[in-house]
Design a protein around this ligand. Structure first.
Ligand code: 5GP
Length: 375
């Protein structure tokens, strides 16, 4: 019998933080680096909790190189071939560099259909020192995923395992009890995701985080909110809802370090300018604008680029967009951390971990005053 869950389900845009009396006099007093402890992984990790998505565009060595300076994590995309000596050497040096400051900020990624033997060889390679794995599939509810998590945990008891994606507490707990340290939360919120359109499946992201975080914390696990953040305020709201980590794709796309060619386009503005040669004539100013391509990992383009074409039983659940060029990813991460610090000073949270304790959300029906146009 069909059931309807008649509770209110919320997205980031449906809430705002309530400002509270605070002991912080300035945002510089807010500490955005947290020391994480895990259910299975035996080490601690000091991080700001931001993760670059393991997408071919954002999960790159170049993004990793910059983000680690901010103690932010990069989940490398799974299309790097580590049997290629250049890739192998790069990551080996990188891990050693990271290790010298006590933490590594790099996950390698896998799906369920990837070559297990290759993955196990990488994880077993002592000189390679990979100790963090992201197991990423679109539908985290399939039984094979639980079996795989159990298998990897049994083989690698000291590995930091993040797995997803789900949006409900029951499955979050199942994955943690099967061996996951972190569960990735989000079905359908991504900026280049079309799952909700194609399948009708999904859950508003703020409600999904609230439920999954509560479920995970109850059994000693952590959650990563994956997808749907469009600005620093959304990242802060994800932390406010209880996310321990926040994964970003679109916000880090369009940067120098993201993969893809820079595209330059002539764009017509609505500014009228006089024609120098013919003073009686005016024309609309044309401006050059720069973009970078960003695509969903289930898009037709990704299937063609990385999997040699779309399997006949699949349909594209992702799209291709052009994202405005943003310069270095360093600028983006600084802006996000600046925003989160400022949120913390508004709500009285001295440490990143305190954000949910200090969070009261107002439900709102409008966030921004856009009367004078969008910027
Ligand atoms: P964003 O930060 O861009 O809103 O979301 C990034 C997340 O979108 C990724 O981490 C991943 O979970 C999800 N994603 C990436 N590509 C696709 C896709 O092609 N289809 C779907 N359904 N989700 C995607």
């Amino acid at each position: 019998m069909t059931q309807i869950k008649d509770t209110t389900e919320l997205d980031f845009c449906d809430v705002l933080f309530m400002p509270k009396r605070t002991t912080l006099n300035s945002r510089s007093e807010a500490d955005v680096v947290r020391e994480y402890k895990f259910r299975y992984y035996p080490h601690t990790l000091k991080s700001c909790g931001i993760m670059a998505a393991n997408m071919a565009t954002t999960g790159t060595f170049e993004v990793n190189n910059v983000l680690q300076k901010y103690q932010a994590i990069t989940c490398l995309h799974k299309h790097y071939d580590f049997t290629n000596s250049a890739n192998y050497d790069y990551i080996k040096q990188n891990f050693q560099k990271e290790e010298s400051n006590g933490n590594s900020y790099t996950f390698v990624s896998t799906g369920l259909k990837d070559d297990k033997e290759k993955l196990y060889a990488i994880l077993s390679d002592e000189s390679f020192k990979v100790d963090k794995l992201c197991i990423d599939i679109a539908n985290g509810y399939i039984p094979k995923l639980l079996e795989f998590v159990k298998e990897v945990r049994a083989k690698f008891p000291n590995l930091l395992i993040m797995v997803g994606n789900v949006v409900t507490g029951d499955m979050t707990q199942d994955l943690i009890l099967s061996g996951a340290d972190i569960v990735k939360v989000g079905i359908g919120p991504g900026s280049v995701c079309t799952t909700r359109k194609l399948t009708g499946v999904g859950r508003p992201q703020l409600s999904a985080i609230l439920e999954c975080a509560d479920a995970a914390h109850g059994v000693g696990g952590l959650v990563c909110a994956d997808g749907g953040c469009t600005c620093a305020g959304d990242v802060a709201k994800a932390f406010g809802a209880g996310a321990d980590f926040v994964m970003l794709g679109g916000m880090l796309a369009g940067t120098d370090e993201a993969a893809g060619d820079l595209i330059e386009k002539d764009v017509q503005t609505n500014l009228l300018v006089a024609d120098e040669k013919n003073p009686n004539e005016q024309y609309l100013l044309i401006k050059k604008e720069k973009y970078k391509q960003f695509y969903g990992m289930s898009s037709q383009l990704a299937q063609e680029k990385h999997f040699g074409g779309m399997a006949c039983y699949r349909a594209s659940e992702g799209k291709v967009v052009e994202v405005a060029y943003k310069g270095s990813v360093a600028g983006v991460i600084q802006e996000i951390l600046g925003g989160v610090r400022s949120t913390m000073s508004y709500i009285g949270a001295r440490r990143l971990k305190d954000i949910p304790k200090c969070t009261t959300f107002y439900r709102v029906n409008r966030q921004l005053n856009e009367v004078f146009g969008k910027s």
